[in-house]
Design a protein around this ligand. Structure first.
Ligand SMILES: [Fe+2]
Length: 135
């Protein structure tokens, strides 16, 4: 199993958001380590819960930053976050039911995370940069 690693291309250029994204990555790595060590299921389950709750917190935090910056696409972005949480919850249920395994779960989390940050969050990063350039 390849360890998901943070890459600079994931950065959106907004410090608070990038810190939170890096921490989310750390949680994915920690989960992979638990799987690799064959940790007890309760520790894995606890960490998956932590990961879902951190995602909910992070999306709220990101939306607050967007609102503060008067981001015109906040509502669309908020709807995308709701869908992402739904997808995450479905994947958690699939793992609990045994219809997906640890390798697939870690791969899902990395893909789930990077596909949103490098597209939708990156758009917000560009918006803030342009805003700052205009003074
Ligand atoms: Fe986002």
């Amino acid at each position: 199993m390849t360890t998901p690693a943070w890459k600079n291309e994931y950065a959106v250029g907004i410090e608070d958001i990038d810190h939170q994204h890096q921490y989310f990555f750390l949680l994915i790595q920690r989960l992979q380590n638990l799987f690799a060590k064959g940790s007890e299921p309760r520790f894995i389950s606890n960490l998956i819960d932590e990961l879902v709750k951190y995602a909910v917190f992070h999306f709220k935090s990101e939306e607050n930053i967007m609102e503060y910056r008067a981001y015109p696409h906040l509502m669309e972005h908020r709807i995308k976050h709701i869908r992402l949480i739904e997808e995450l919850n479905i994947e958690k249920i699939r793992y609990d039911c045994g219809t997906t395994d640890s390798v697939a779960l870690v791969a899902f989390l990395e893909r789930w995370f990077t596909s949103h940050t490098t597209t939708e969050d990156a758009k917000f990063g560009n918006f803030v940069r342009e805003l700052c350039q205009k003074g």
